[in-house]
Ligand binder design. Structure first.
Ligand SMILES: Cc1ncc(COP(=O)(O)O)c(C=O)c1O
Length: 437
């Protein structure tokens, strides 16, 4: 473990990795200077063999732990069968996965994509088609409403859904976003905003899409009962309710799907990230025949969507979610995490917000040296992987399979980092603006 007097230096091997990235990669998500070469369970090892406890799950991708043996075996089996892409033929895995999702969550149909952004984009398309065909919204008038500060990805259509966007990428997809056609801005968690937007513009709104807990905005929980009120308002105005569960789904917030905590049933559910256990890229949308049945061939899909390896991994990942009772485990380990950090009375932390194993440490008005990126950098130096969330939050989201010992060891490092951060000198990557999280 590093000490206050021990400056953080980046090893030569890590620097090589960082240099390749900085020299030849464009865009990306402003990674911290940690170069992982191996991960297992709730642990990772970098190019120098240094060990880390994973308190991030790579943004909720690894709910079932890194390299879960059952998921790994299923993915390897499909790979060995040579089944990488099935388009335009059948693979037994896609229909089997859709059936499993039906049995687990009760929706009639599933359509697969690869990234979360593509799945969110697919949900918008499906909702628009429903808006025109079923709700009979006049041509060109269909609006998809979101909540301010939402995050559904960074493709051109998904940034269009967001409230804040750089004008350098415009023009954006019209008639989507957190402002209703008449100009009412809908804040997340504020039911009166939605009520007003639907009263003014409900006739032309096909869907309201939200994250049950806003993840990338900084793990922002809405007031209790919000999802239920949203579902009721949507029903009253004949508006589809879409839950983007890309980050919150599959056990992360202490329920197999986060909206189930409020016992609501959205019309469409967007899945991604942990769907294939972090082993492969897979995402998709769940919904009933009344909506999904409107889709014709060639309207939603892509070459790699529904790839057999991803589907095989997802079947195994869903088995692990249920068999290992990972939602229950998230609640149990989450309670331990919160009680341990609360008991330590962390300096600079005014609140611990979240559910399950999906938490943000919310910083108070802090001295200049206490920034999320500095804290995350110090955590990395001391062997814990976490991330900044916005300008005032640290995201703590370990794999749901993390052991009690690993969790407590990680907490001890977090507690030490908060106590020492003000005395630390310059830390690597502290000045990068993390635009996404
Ligand atoms: C709620 C939500 N939707 C969509 C996405 C986009 O997923 P992807 O990065 O796989 O495109 C994310 C990613 O963080 C997300 O949190």
């Amino acid at each position: 473990m590093g000490s206050v007097n021990n400056p953080y230096t980046i090893s030569e091997k890590t620097q090589e990795v960082v240099d390749d990235y900085n020299s030849f990669v464009a865009g990306g998500f402003a990674p911290y200077p940690v170069a992982l070469t191996r991960v297992k369970g709730a642990k990772g090892w970098d190019v120098d063999g240094k060990e880390y406890i994973d308190f991030l799950s790579m943004y909720s991708v690894v709910n079932m732990g890194h390299g879960h043996p059952k998921i790994l075996a299923a993915a390897i089996k499909a790979m060995e069968e040579g089944a990488v892409i099935n388009l335009p033929f059948h693979s037994p895995y896609y229909g089997k996965l859709a059936k499993k999702l039906h049995e687990l969550f009760g929706y009639d149909k599933f359509v697969a994509m690869t990234s979360g952004a593509e799945a969110a984009d697919a949900a918008v398309k499906i909702a628009r088609k429903w808006g025109y065909m079923v709700k009979k919204i006049p041509d060109g008038k269909c609006h998809i409403l979101t909540a301010a500060a939402c995050y559904h990805g960074v493709t051109i259509s998904t940034v269009s859904l967001a409230s804040k966007k750089s004008h350098l990428f415009g023009p954006f997809v019209p008639s989507v976003g957190s402002t209703s056609p008449s100009g009412k801005v809908v804040a997340f968690g504020v039911i009166d905003d939605l009520k007003e937007a639907l009263e003014i513009d409900g006739d032309n709104i096909a869907a309201f899409m939200i994250e049950p807990i806003q993840g990338s905005a900084g793990i922002i929980s809405p007031p209790k009962g919000y999802l239920k009120e949203v579902a009721e308002l949507c029903k009253k105005h004949n508006v589809l309710f879409i839950c983007d569960e890309v980050q919150t789904g599959l056990g992360r917030t202490g329920a197999n799907l986060s909206h189930l905590r409020e016992n609501v049933r959205p019309d469409l559910v967007v899945l991604g990230k942990a769907l294939a256990g972090g082993m492969y890229a897979l995402s998709g949308v769940l919904g009933d025949d009344s909506v999904m049945g409107l889709l014709d061939p060639f309207e939603i899909g892509s070459t790699m969507a529904a790839n057999p390896v991803g589907c095989a991994a997802a079947i195994a990942a869903l088995d692990v979610l249920v068999d290992e009772k990972l939602s229950e485990r998230a609640n149990k380990m989450g309670a331990l995490l919160v009680s341990t950090l609360e008991a330590a009375k962390l300096p600079h932390v005014k609140e611990i917000m979240g559910n399950g194993l999906f938490y943000a440490l919310v910083l108070d008005d802090k001295p200049p040296k206490v920034t999320p990126r500095r804290i995350v950098s110090l955590l990395a130096q001391r062997g814990v992987l976490a991330s900044a969330a916005g300008l005032k939050r640290i995201r703590i989201c370990p794999p749901l399979t993390i052991s009690k010992e690993e969790l407590l060891k990680g907490c001890e490092i977090v507690i030490g980092a908060f106590r020492d951060i003000e005395d630390m000198g310059e830390l690597p990557a502290e000045v990068l603006v993390d635009v996404r999280h």
